[in-house]
Ligand binder design. Structure first.
Ligand code: DOR
Ligand code: ZN
Length: 344
């Protein structure tokens, strides 16, 4: 197959930032996707319905004229989150989901939840009203090796949570391990997962062999090859529990190429081309549409998009860097040639 037309896809996990960076990166995503779940880890974070509504308006102002793109907003959970505000934001359509960052897990997560027991009432309310919970699934204790943080999170936090609140819709985001895929496969219908393009393409060697490569560093960090292979199987295997979520995370070049570089891979400009390459390599092009455009809306209970996009098997060169507002950003696959291109 050399050409594939699918229903317009969505990105179920994305970072836009704010200000000039946001205005620079919104067009990349709006060009590829009809909707995106927008992460709330701004500084300060988007913790309330009112802040989410204002952020949504700033994003909409940055969507290029004539492009049809809908940001789906999330609220950042803290130890102090008000269940009534969340439920009202969800009922009004301002909020699509809420996001659990364990405090200290990643970029701008310092205001995150210090103990899941502190948000018990919030989670119960979310389960009651059917509001999905997006989860950054890593423990943060200093004594847990960074490569084990996702697997330990499953045992200590996620499995008990899902047992306690089986009605809560949980998206285990940007999964990076065989253990995560096994957990999702075995869990009930209210547990799903997103998978990024980078975790389908690279293992930890990409980041560490031959020198430190900061543009291959994101969180959760890429793991061993066996985990990458398990993720490819999960994404392309036809289960409706897995869907597209890029975790595209813009950081300017100088904030990654420094003595303490930021976590995040900016894959928005060529996300579909990156994902479809994997489906092609796995002989699963017939399953790409479900992963990119059907499983996500089905899980969230949202309508499928109208319209289509077409990809064709033809080389596309990814630039070494792209505009990121005040400074440049090095995209995922920088200076590589991908074998599929987005036609329209
Ligand atoms: O690599 C990451 N970057 N992982 C996250 O969880 C957050 C993100 C960011 O905001 O930069
Ligand atoms: Zn993220």
């Amino acid at each position: 197959m050399n050409r594939l037309t699918i229903r317009r896809p969505d990105d179920w996990h994305l970072h836009f930032r704010d200000g000039a960076t946001m205005r620079a990166v919104v067009p990349y995503t709006a060009h590829q996707f009809a909707r995106a779940i927008v992460m709330p880890n701004l500084s300060p974070p988007v913790t309330t319905s009112a802040l989410a509504a204002a952020y949504r308006d700033r994003i909409l102002d940055a969507v290029p004229e004539g492009v049809d793109f809908t940001p789906l907003m999330t609220a950042y959970l803290t130890d102090m989150t008000d269940p009534a505000d969340l439920a009202a934001g969800f009922a009004d359509g301002v909020l699509t989901a809420a996001k659990l960052y364990p405090a200290g897990a990643t970029t701008n997560s310092d205001h995150g939840v210090t103990d899941i027991a502190n948000i018990a009432a919030v989670l119960e309310r979310m389960a009651e009203v059917g509001m999905p919970l997006c989860v950054h699934g890593e423990v943060t204790h200093a004594d847990i090796d960074i490569f084990d943080r996702e697997a330990v999170f499953i045992d200590r936090v996620l499995a008990p949570l899902v047992d306690r609140l089986p009605e809560l819709k949980v998206i285990f985001e940007h999964i990076t391990t065989r253990q995560a895929a096994e957990f999702v496969d075995a869990a009930g219908p209210n547990v799903a997962a997103t998978i990024t393009p980078q975790h389908l393409h690279i293992n930890r060697n990409a980041m560490l062999v031959g020198g430190i490569r900061p543009h291959m560093y994101c969180l959760p960090v890429a793991k061993r090859e066996e985990h990458r292979l398990a993720l490819r199987k999960a994404a392309t295997g036809g289960s409706a529990k897995y869907f597209l979520g890029t975790d595209s995370a813009p950081h300017h070049r100088h904030t990654k190429e420094t003595d303490c570089g930021c976590a995040g891979i900016f894959n928005a400009p060529y996300a579909l081309e990156s994902y479809i390459t994997v489906f092609d390599e796995e002989g699963a092009l017939d399953r790409f549409e479900a992963f990119a455009a059907e499983n996500g809306p089905a899980f969230y209970g949202l309508p499928l998009n109208e319209g289509t996009v077409t990809l064709e098997k033809a080389p596309v060169s990814v630039p070494a860097e792209v505009s990121g507002g005040e400074a440049v950003i090095v995209p995922f696959h920088a200076s590589e040639t991908l074998s599929w291109r987005l036609v329209s």
